[in-house]
Design a protein around this ligand. Structure first.
Ligand code: ADP
Length: 484
């Protein structure tokens, strides 16, 4: 493996509090691993509850002055941060590949996508509008204004180490909120690098803190319970989201939840099968399948199922697997051995219930947490993989007959984040899009995330929206002022 010590040595590895690096109050540190080898990349400070308290003191201390900072100035800081991320794009991409595993080309894509939230919300910061109207009775005037919520806490996952942070930090700072970020313990380096970028961009000390920790709930529990914290924004699993929501309930703490998905990819009998296979590759394999928007279940009309399965199998089996920092690699390792075991468990469950494996399906020997691109067809309805998010490079195909059955299959889940449909018929595309129970629908497209579009789910996939013009609303309170 290439020696990346120059980059690793340049990444701050202490906690980021009060605009500077500080060690953990306990002195504890933890290791960050490269999932392609299992080797330790470096160690970072392990935040304790006392460090959370310090960060909240800082956030609370500067909240008023940050909220009072001119929107244009907040915007310029965000804009500079975007420019600095772009200037250091190679460092960000490599850091992500090393700690998370995705191929470098995908990491470069995430730097562009994740950085863009800083530029987008720089533009939104100066467009926070209220309204002025009169009462229908004619006896009063109504002034509606938006104010920043106050200090916020963001808890982010490991799958998009930059973008899941910036999609929260961008709108929070634009709205005038301070923020404490707790990145996933698997991937703290990208966020720590971003802390440095914000300092270089001129962000006042205390507005943003970054607290990697191995004791997530011990750190975040007291913060959620503290009356000075005004909002929690979380991206992660539905199980953890439910725990956090119940903690928020005790204080009626405002919260946004981007939770798990179980995205259906529905191919109708009139679809362009080659285009559907292209879309399936993107919807399934982006981020090694470790995305909450990843296509989890492929429902294919029986009229085209054999052709789709054959072509998808050919494409999946031709992919190059290896460490993400090696050129030509298309599929990196999964994040941990545990994650790989859970992917394999779902595959073996489906096979034991009668699914047919057309490629992949077995853990390879050797170092790193690799899992081969896998296609299953004839997946029976009782297979766990149709119910649970696989979070890996596995496509599970089942057949259906006719439009209504396709819609019913798509909606047979408690989740509702993304859905993908392939059809050549515009009427059908609109009909199905309106009937599918999900926050986002891709029509003849395998990648749907867009900085300008509202990202989020319904049902057990979450509450609230990120990005788009909706994203900043999550960090604003609406105030009505009654005037004579
Ligand atoms: P994933 O399965 O993607 O790892 P998780 O929901 O387990 O998703 O983790 C997402 C984020 O939530 C991570 O930053 C993790 O450390 C954090 N987390 C996990 N459990 C808790 C908890 N009980 N309280 C607060 N944060 C948690």
């Amino acid at each position: 493996m290439t020696d990346h010590s120059t980059l690793i040595d340049a990444i701050p590895t202490e906690l980021w509090i009060g605009g500077k690096q500080v060690p953990s109050s306990t002195g504890a540190r933890f290791s960050v691993h490269n999932p392609a080898t299992g080797a330790v990349l470096t160690t970072v400070a392990d935040a304790a509850p006392a460090d959370g308290a310090t960060a909240l003191d800082e956030a609370f201390g500067v909240q008023q002055s940050w909220a009072a900072t001119a929107p244009r100035e907040r915007a310029e800081i965000l804009r500079r941060a975007w420019e600095l991320v772009m200037a250091r794009r190679d460092d960000f991409a490599l850091a992500m590949t090393l700690e998370m595993g995705k191929p470098l080309a995908e990491s470069q894509g995430e730097v562009a996508y994740g950085g863009e939230f800083l530029r987008w919300f720089a533009e939104e910061a100066v467009r926070i509008n209220g309204r002025y109207t009169s009462s229908p009775t004619g006896t009063g005037r109504i002034l509606v204004t938006k104010q920043p919520i106050g200090p916020t806490l963001a808890i982010t996952p490991w799958n998009f180490p930059l973008a899941m942070g910036t999609r929260k930090i961008g709108p929070a700072l634009a709205a005038g909120c301070t923020m404490i970020v707790k990145p996933a313990a698997e991937t703290p380096l990208t966020m720590l690098l971003l802390g440095q970028v914000f300092a270089d961009a001129g962000l006042p000390a205390g507005v943003l803190s970054i607290l990697p920790t191995t004791s997530a709930s011990a750190l975040t529990g007291p913060l959620i319970d503290d009356a000075r914290l005004r909002k929690l924004t979380f991206t992660g699993s539905t199980g953890v989201g439910k725990i956090l929501l119940s903690q928020c309930a005790t204080r009626v703490l405002r919260s946004s939840m981007e939770l798990g998905g179980n995205a259906p990819f529905v191919v109708f009998d009139d679809a362009d099968v080659d285009a559907a296979v292209d879309g399936a590759m993107a919807a399934k394999m982006r981020n090694i399948g470790e995305a909450c928007t990843a296509a989890n279940r492929f429902h294919v009309d029986n009229a085209v199922r054999a052709e789709f399965t054959e072509k998808l199998t050919a494409r999946m089996s031709a992919l190059t697997i290896g460490p993400g920092d090696e050129s030509g690699v298309q599929v990196g390792p999964l994040i941990t051995a545990k994650q790989r075991a859970s992917v394999d468990e779902l595959v073996q469950d489906a096979v034991s219930k009668g699914a047919v494996l057309t490629t992949g399906g077995a853990i390879a020997d050797g170092e790193g947490y690799f899992y081969p691109p896998t296609v299953l067809t004839d997946v029976p309805t009782d297979a766990r993989i149709l119910r649970e998010e696989v979070f890996g490079p596995v496509a599970a195909i089942t057949g259906f007959d006719g439009e209504e059955a396709g819609i019913a299959a798509a909606n047979d889940t408690e989740f509702g984040l993304a859905a993908y449909i392939y059809t050549a018929n515009l009427d059908r595309a609109l009909r199905v899009s309106e009937s599918v129970e999900s926050g986002m629908v891709g029509v003849n497209r395998g990648v749907i995330s867009d900085v300008a579009a509202p990202f989020g789910g319904i049902k057990e996939s979450g509450i609230g929206r990120e990005a788009g013009s909706e994203g900043i609303e999550e960090y604003l309170e609406t105030k009505y002022i009654a005037l004579p």
